[in-house]
Design a protein around this ligand. Sequence first.
Ligand code: DX5
Ligand code: ZN
Length: 247
Amino acid sequence: MTGAAAATTEGLRAQCLPRGVAIAPSLLACDFGRVAEEIAAIERAGATLLHLDIMDGHFVPNLSIGVPVVKAVRRLTELPLDVHLMLDNPAEYVAPFRDAGADNITVHAEVLDDPRPLLDRIRELGATAGLSVNPPTPIESIEGVIDACDLVLVMSVMPGFGGQEFNPVALEKLRWLRDHPRCRAVREVDGGVNSETISACAQAGAELMVAGTAVFGAGGDAHTGGGAEDYGARIAELSRLAERGAR
Ligand code: DX5
Ligand code: ZN
């Protein structure tokens, strides 16, 4: 993690989940034309980390940002960077994204026969290692490497775009992770998380909730925007609902 916190699951929890659950604003939905202001506003809004979506146009039908933008974001904030690699060949990019400033690096199980070597490599580079599963992927498929995960990212949409509808298939996977005796990973959920869906995610055991549209407003080109006050109110409301659901 940025600063002194070691790249461990415990360090990840201590730095990003001081209240047990936290919102991870996804920059995919921000106004990249004002990214410095957007990040400053998110910091003032009380976010404990930032979620950055890296898309290659192959694993997902969209292209987003790459290493240069992560480097720029790193210069703009001390917040931990939760980097979500939606790439066909993540092994080639974990080192460049770690060098760019990623604190957590999440790769997709769908493109890895055996995720363990890459998860171990990510930790050797000094980041925490996350593994993600898409809605059609059975959570049982990662049981053999569950002990090697500092974080598991359960997708509640097919990755590629913000603003999609939440798929409740994620809830059973979150419960499976919470109840699994060998799972110590931070449980993160991503896609369509908003004030209507976040309580169910927290009740199912999600600890880290990625929120793009729900924080920044309609993401990307339909940007409704806002400032720290809007982002702060939205993060506070989402956090309140998540903490209530987690009880
Ligand atoms: C989708 C990304 C998500 C997305 C979330 O491929 O992985 O992180 O940005 O956006 P919302 O919260 O708008 O669904
Ligand atoms: Zn994501």
